[in-house]
Design a binder for this molecule. Structure first.
Ligand code: ADP
Ligand code: MG
Length: 725
């Protein structure tokens, strides 16, 4: 299937007779409204003079520089279109290192001499913004006295209109965000650079294989987004959810996910109403929302869009997360995107389906039908094997955040060890090739690479292993470690760059080779022999795999603090500088920002846990002990032995004692961590002492929840939050 370069080119034919006959309102409306808020290729064609349109397309498709003249005309057309649709403001959307989208709205108004206004939007305003950037994390790249940051129009991701519930319409211009001196301060810039890198190297490989038609190769992504929905009235009563995104306390509900009755279960009306609104909002903005279903955990759901180029997929995923949260509120629901909002049941992730596509419509990870396709496929597959084995630590770092620390390796999500699932059939072929044996193909034209045609790989076969962090699923890889709340840019920047490096090496060998087929065979063989240890088709959730992975020398990186370091090593600097994705300064600043974010996150959690314990849990439990004590005295004076009440009182009091002591320990640990100066040591102190002390405190509070009367318990329970929808 061809890559969708411009998502808004997709139309649902509303001229279709049967559709009209059925007068299917939903479909008809969808056909009319899909992409109606996108300044799409079609809108550009309609509204721009031919020359301007052509010049702009050259910039979008081939990266040619944009003249101010073209920008002026484009800006004006964009403004007119936006105003016709009710817009009063425009904003440069950018993605600072917070992982959220940032926006500052400016109205189009400009005063006239006679005291009125006209609506203005210049080319300069379109292509560049200067937000005061001093309050965004920069990791020391931009000193505050040079607080200017620049946003630069990314015309490869279409501008669109955002409507809010109160009727504001804003023209949104996707932009990259960098410092005065040109260093990336955002998530988009390195992603765009990495797309460029992988395209360049992939095209070299294609050229070496005799392909002269493809001019560009784009990495494509379809991110499946998992999330939870809970009733807002419960959310509002939980300081932990409000301030940290997850429950810091909460005894398990009597029922969890053990009946396996939620996954793909019938969608309740209230949720369905939310999903319908979500789809509608996303469709208007050109997001190809496709699949929706109940996920494994109670109150957990998933939305998957149709894949697009990585850049657009990343922008759209930010929009998806934002829209989910906004639309949920309209339904008195709260959407939780945190990786592990509830202990004891599955958390959320993002399955990052990734592939490479040529501009003429070929998927390079599709095995194809002809020997030539197969050879090409095996080379690209080898590039993945080489890249993922060599740089597993960087992939892990790209997917690291505090929420994922609670999820990875917890028997519901992939372990913290990265391996590739290939499926038995493909693995056998690769292993045979590595041994120099002929693979199973049976065709006439035997290639030196060892196969003529690959046996057809049934998609089902390749998609069964749900425990693998990096699974080949027939014509793409699915990276399943990406955190549900994070931007997908980080993971895809790493993926594109490490694959670019492997393709670079492959291209260099092929370009020098006298016999291309023979060299291709040698490359595949070497890749499997040297890097085949990364392939694992078994159950990733078992202890045996952890032992086996250790034997194979695969890294098992359990925490964010450990993981982040991989992006700042001299080896990482060399790699990312070579492909012009991130400089040493940019890598180090990112490390600093992320390690600080980790510490801040755990700091907030600890402060919240302390507050809840002191002002909610302990007072509630004290109330109960008071009641019990009174009952004991009362029963005694009435001549009835208060054995049961006394026993309960002793038990509750001892848990309360223990909780109080642990609270003191947590407070001490927090104070100590807050006093540590150096960023990495600080983060380690938070991980090793604060986080653990907080988890300890939780055990007693959760135990108390199971014995204190429900009407005295100060916050909503797991059962209420997860099942009362
Ligand atoms: P699953 O069995 O995991 O549901 P699907 O085939 O439905 O698999 O795909 C899941 C996601 O992968 C969707 O977002 C889909 O658009 C995306 N996807 C499919 N093909 C590609 C591709 N070539 N590149 C990137 N993503 C893709
Ligand atoms: Mg999938």
């Amino acid at each position: 299937m061809a890559v969708i370069q411009d998502l808004t080119q997709i139309t649902v034919s509303n001229g279709d007779k049967t559709m009209k006959d059925r007068s299917d309102k939903n479909i008809f409306n969808l056909a009319k409204s899909f992409g109606c808020n996108v300044f799409s290729d079609r809108v550009m064609k309609e509204r721009l003079p031919k020359d301007t349109y052509k010049a702009l397309r050259e910039t979008i498709d081939n990266g040619l520089p944009l003249t101010l003249e073209v920008a002026n005309v484009a800006a004006n057309a964009m403004k007119d279109w936006a105003i016709e649709k009710g817009a009063t403001h425009y904003t440069h959307l950018f993605q600072p290192l917070t992982g959220k989208t940032a926006e500052k709205h400016d109205s189009f108004i400009s005063p006239t001499a006679d005291g009125g206004i006209i609506m203005e939007f210049s080319g300069k305003q379109l292509i560049q913004g200067e937000p005061d950037a001093s309050s965004f994390p920069s990791g020391g790249l931009r000193t505050t006295f040079e607080a200017r940051g620049y946003t630069a129009w990314d015309c490869t991701s279409p501008a669109f209109l955002k409507e809010d519930a109160v009727g504001n319409v804003t023209l949104c211009i996707p932009t990259a965000f960098c410092s005065y001196t040109g260093e990336a301060l955002d998530k988009k810039t390195p992603l765009l650079r990495s797309m460029e890198a992988v395209s360049k190297q992939a095209v070299r490989v294609l050229r070496a294989l005799g392909n002269t038609a493809s001019r560009r190769v784009t990495s494509t992504v379809g991110p499946e987004q998992e999330y939870f929905l809970i009733d807002k009235k419960y959310y509002d009563q939980r300081l932990d959810l409000i301030t940290t995104g997850r429950t810091l306390f909460g005894a398990a509900s009597p029922k969890g996910q053990e009946l396996e009755d939620q996954y793909f279960g019938a969608i309740k009306d209230r949720i369905s109403a939310f999903m319908k609104d979500l789809d509608t909002e996303l469709w208007k903005m050109g997001v190809l929302a496709k699949t929706k279903h109940n996920e494994v955990a109670p109150a957990q759901y998933e939305m998957a869009p149709i894949y697009s180029t990585t850049n657009i997929a990343a922008d759209h995923n930010q929009l998806v997360m934002e829209t989910m949260q906004k639309v949920a509120l309209r339904h008195d629901l709260v959407c939780l995107l945190y990786e592990k909002p509830f202990a004891g049941i599955n958390g959320s992730g993002k399955h990052n389906n990734w592939s490479l596509a040529t501009d003429d419509g070929a998927n390079l990870l599709d095995p194809g039908k002809t020997p030539h396709d197969n050879e090409q496929f095996l080379l690209f597959l080898s590039a993945l094997v080489i890249a993922v084995d060599r740089h597993a630590d960087k992939l892990r770092a790209g997917a690291a955040n505090p929420g994922n620390d609670l999820r990875l390796g917890a028997n519901e999500a992939p372990p913290a060890i990265i391996s590739i699932f290939m499926g038995e059939e493909l693995t056998d072929i690769l292993m045979d090739l590595a041994k120099g044996k002929k693979a199973h193909g049976k065709g006439q034209h035997f290639l030196h690479i060892g196969v003529d045609t690959l046996p057809k790989l049934p998609k089902d076969n390749t998609d069964r292993n749900r425990t693998s962090p990096f699974a080949f699923t027939g014509n793409k890889f699915e990276f399943r470690m990406v955190p549900s709340s994070a931007s997908i840019s980080g993971s895809n920047t790493v993926l594109n760059t490490i694959v670019a490096e492997a393709l670079d090496e492959i291209a260099t060998r092929l370009e020098k080779a006298k016999d291309i087929n023979k060299e291709a065979g040698a490359i595949v063989k070497e890749a499997v022999n040297k890097h085949g240890r990364i392939i694992f088709n078994g159950n990733n959730y078992t202890d045996e795999w952890i032992k086996e992975a250790k034997k194979r020398g695969l890294p098992n990186i359990r925490s964010t603090v450990e993981a982040l370091g991989a992006m700042a090593t001299p080896e990482a600097v060399k790699l990312f500088e070579k492909y012009k994705v991130l400089t040493k300064g940019e890598l180090h600043s990112r490390y600093e920002v992320y390690i600080e974010q980790y510490a801040k996150h755990i700091n907030i959690e600890a402060q919240c846990a302390i507050r809840m314990a002191k002002t909610q849990y302990l007072p509630a439990v004290s109330r109960f002990t008071e009641q019990l004590a009174r009952t004991v005295v009362g029963l005694k004076s009435a001549g009835v032995p208060p054995a049961v009440q006394k026993e309960l009182l002793v038990r509750v009091q001892s848990l309360l004692d223990a909780a109080s002591k642990k609270l003191v320990t947590l407070e001490k640990a927090l104070k100590k961590a807050q006093g540590v100066g150096e960023a990495t040591h600080k983060a380690e102190a938070y991980r090793d002492e604060v986080f653990t002390a907080q988890a300890e405190l939780r055990t007693d509070i959760d135990a108390l929840e199971t014995v204190v009367p429900a009407d005295l318990w100060p916050v909503p329970t797991y059962a209420e939050m997860l099942f009362k929808l």
